[in-house]
Ligand binder design. Sequence first.
Ligand SMILES: *Cc1c(COP(=O)(O)O)cnc(C)c1O
Length: 337
Amino acid sequence: MRKIDWDNLGFDINPADKMFIARWKNGVWDNGEITDYRPVPIYPSAVVLNYGQGIFEGMKAYRTGDNRIALFRPIDNARRLNSGCRRLLMPELDENFFINAIRNLLLENEEFMPPYGKGALYIRPILFGSGEMLGVSPADEYMFIIFMSPVGPYFKGGFSGIHLEIRTDYHRAPLFGTGNVKAVGNYATSLLPKSVVKENGYSEVIYLDARTSTYIEEVGSANFFMLRDGVISTPRLSGSILPGVTRDSILILAKKRFKLVTQERDIRYDELYSADELFCSGTAAVVTPISSVFFEGKNHVIGDGNPGEVSGKLYEELMGIQLGERPDDLNWFYQVS
Ligand SMILES: *Cc1c(COP(=O)(O)O)cnc(C)c1O
């Protein structure tokens, strides 16, 4: 095995030795197999290469303090993958097949699991049309692959806020497009806007809705939250917003654990200038505080510019549940071994 420097992991590809691959042909999925991590040959006329018929998932496996391996709400990723399959006319996967494939692969790749507190083993399931086609139509063959890569903790230098820019010249997803599933094409269109704001010194884009450029959609590939006057709000799942598992978890924790009022609604971009706290959420980002927002020539500092108290508490609670250190009455902790 390659030597991994556990203390210097970022979010870079550092593939674990083994991957999982299953194929769909003649109307059925095969049982799949674990193989060495290797290139997968597909023809130039594969539908995914020409027409983008593909989706992915993103999950993390953590090592707990007592040396167990755990996933977080994996059934929700299975369900979201299937909703993407329905939207892109691809064959669905049995939820247990999906979770078992991840379990078995995690056990094979156990030596790539960072030690407790040093990060996570990032899990990337992908499903795409590998069959050949010339006209625009669904493929007649599919591949489902899982690969894994150790990643570092998101907050290396401590819990700190990011600086964002709102853009109206780029939208993430139209209302009845594929914004609510992890379709590969959604991310191709985000590359240019992200590079534009990076050039300006910001770490991500805040996207507004494609119809009116008025309401907050998402932050790059993370969901958006606002705390104002004791109420936690997040954009409602309008159809163009990705239903994050972390987003759902935060809404539930805020209400049940912290007794906060939660709202899923349209949030106007100018509401956030007077917010007490802003943060974004996702598997990669967990809970990431937002320190400032730049728009229309003005920089708006949120609160005192430091991570807020509620953001911090939600982060601790969520990480605590994922590491098996806080009560798990919601059955979100999924023990692999
Ligand atoms: C994956 C993703 C998220 C976060 O979803 P989680 O299930 O919380 O990881 C949010 N927005 C976009 C656009 C995403 O791709």
